[in-house]
Structure formats: C-alpha cells, structure tokens
Design a protein around this ligand. Sequence first.
Ligand SMILES: Nc1ncnc2c1ncn2[C@@H]1O[C@H](COP(=O)(O)OP(=O)(O)OP(=O)(O)O)[C@@H](O)[C@H]1O
Ligand SMILES: [Mg+2]
Length: 363
Amino acid sequence: MTASPVVLGIESSCDETGVGLVRDGRLLGDAVATSMDEHARFGGVVPEIAARAHVHAVAPAVRAALDAAGLRRADIGAVAVTTGPGLSSALQVGVAAAKGFAFALDVPLYGVHHLAGHVAADTLEHGPLPNPCVVLIVSGGHTSLLLVRDLALDRIVHLGDTLDDAAGECFDKVARVFGLPYPGGPAIDRVARDGDPRAVAFPRALSGPRDDPYAFSFSGLKSAAARWAERTRAGGDPLPVADGAASLQEAVADVLTRKAVAACVEHDVRTLVVVGGVAANSRVRSLAQERCAAAGITLRVPPLRLCTDNGAMIAAVGDLLIKAGVAPAPLEMSIDASAPLEYASLQPVAGPSPAALAAAQGA
Ligand SMILES: Nc1ncnc2c1ncn2[C@@H]1O[C@H](COP(=O)(O)OP(=O)(O)OP(=O)(O)O)[C@@H](O)[C@H]1O
Ligand SMILES: [Mg+2]
C-alpha cells in the first residue's frame, strides 16, 4: 500500500488566510493570518481589503505551516483549496495560489466546499466521523442542520437551514447595537459571563408544535434585541449589556441545541457534531453537552482554534477525498462564490470546457 500524500490546504473565503498540512487524518502543521483588524473600523469584512491581505499572506503562511510541520515544499503530495462559498475576490487569491503550487509541484489539485471543511475540522481532533452523524453548522454566514453519511462521497442531506440570518450574523449585528467590538460573537460570549441569562425573555423562533422542527430564524431575535436596547436607552437607563448578552446567547444556544438533539433522536443517530465559528460559544458548547448527555448522544465539537476559518480543515477534506478515490480537479477549476452545500468536493470550471474550446478551434 502506498503512503498517503501530505495535503496542503488553503482557505481564503473571508478574512482569514489559512494554511494547513494534513496526512492520514493527522494535522502536521498550520498557520493562520487574519486581516480582521483592518476591517474593524468598517464593522464588517471589506472584500477588496481581504483579497489584498490574502495576496500578502498566502505564501508566508505556506512557509510557516511547512516550518511548523518540519517539512519542505517538495514533501507536498496534493493541494486542496476552498473554491466556495465566500467572497469572490478573496476566493480567487487562494485558488490562484493553490493552482500555482499544484502546477509547480506537479501534484493533484482538489476544490473543496468551505462548509465541508468546517465539518472535517472535527476529524483532526476526534478521528473519522461515524456514518451517519448529525452535523450542526453554525458560522458567520450559515446555520444548517445536516445528516452526513460518507463526507467525501455522499450527498449531504439538509434537514433544516436558517430562513434568514445565520446565528453568527445575529451575534455580530446585535453586538454592534450593544456597542461591543467587532467581531461580535466572541465579545458577546465574554460579557455574557457577568450577565443573567433569564434577565430578558428573548423569542425562540420556529419552536412551536406546528413549526418546521429543523428550520431556524434569527432575524426576529436580532430585531427583538435591538428594540430592547432602544427602549432601555430611551428610558434613560444605562444598557445592562451583560444581561442582554447573556439572554441573547441563551436564546441562540437553546434553539440550536434543542433542534439538533431532536434531529438526532428522530433519525436515530447517536452522534452530534457542532462546527463553525459559533461552536466556539461557551453556552452553545455547555448546553449541547448537557442535552446530548441527557439523550444518550455523543457530542463532538472541534477545539476552539479549529472552529473558525483555517486551512487545516480544507486539507482534512482533501485527505478524505484522496482516500475515497475522488478525481482531482482540472487546473482550469474556478470559484463558486455562492455554492450550495451538496458535496464536499466542489470543482466548478469557468467558461467553456477544454473539449468545447478544442471543438470550436477545429470548426
Ligand atoms: N465565542 C463565540 N460566540 C459566539 N459566536 C462566535 C464566537 N466565536 C466566533 N463566533 C462567531 O463565529 C462567526 C465566524 O465563524 P466562521 O469563521 O466559521 O464564519 P465565516 O467563515 O465568517 O462564515 P461561513 O463559514 O458561513 O462562510 C462570527 O459570526 C463570530 O462572531
Ligand atoms: Mg467559515
């Protein structure tokens, strides 16, 4: 049996330039550079600033990951890169870099769906995913409850998605209204420690007996939090931010974990995996643990640093695709900024195919 290749993973879908090196499900070394501070004064990610920062950061990040792993460029046996979803200009930088490495090293290239990367992050800490498992993805742009079989090969089944805002987006936007710094999720988590989660009765959307049991909605919660802040300030009182943050966090954690555990029970699945940036939230983690234990479900959550965007998770998907025998992508592979999550492998090709071009030239 031939040894598995070292997979270089590159992630550039938003404001993190992530690079990771994975072989056989094991993380060998990684590096993450972020342009977060450059966006802070705008209150959100500015695509052109992010793209420019990726250009500066990607080659040094590859070098740093190789150094951390004690490897050389020639040790890289395959390249995996996020091709979507994300910011177009930011994705383009990672894809161009990945193509450059794959071409120069003469190794196969794989296009990866960013959210499949978030799912695979957990395998680097806890080993292969059981088949099947229920996965709750809670990130800055997505909130989905999934039934995952073989992550590398099978179509991912969406049990439910958010109808409007993502959970992370809700944290980020409410944090802004509360006057907390960007990014809002970690700030809410921090100040919530000193607050009372029962202080404000924020709504739990789509939780009634006639509602879709696995769909989410966070825009009503966002508005309710903004109205509460407005009302309290109008009354002349200082805003009890800690109580507001703790109550908001409780509402989000309650809905997420209740629906995720219900999905496991209904589908007779014994493992719940919670991934994405919001999986770093302390209350989401503790309530998920409590409710999974009560229902006899094993909970898996990646370590904090693998919850938010990183390159190791993309390398982890590449490693799984290679093991499953999935065909590499052609070098004319492009990005798909709004790709729906269907398969882990995402290899869109822009423009006419090489066959169509050859036919056109022959005509
Ligand atoms: N401790 C925390 N509590 C709550 N939210 C958090 C915490 N840490 C990070 N987040 C949130 O996680 C989100 C970032 O996560 P992630 O990097 O997975 O999202 P993204 O890459 O921006 O979005 P997507 O993966 O959907 O494209 C932000 O909304 C951030 O506020
Ligand atoms: Mg992400």
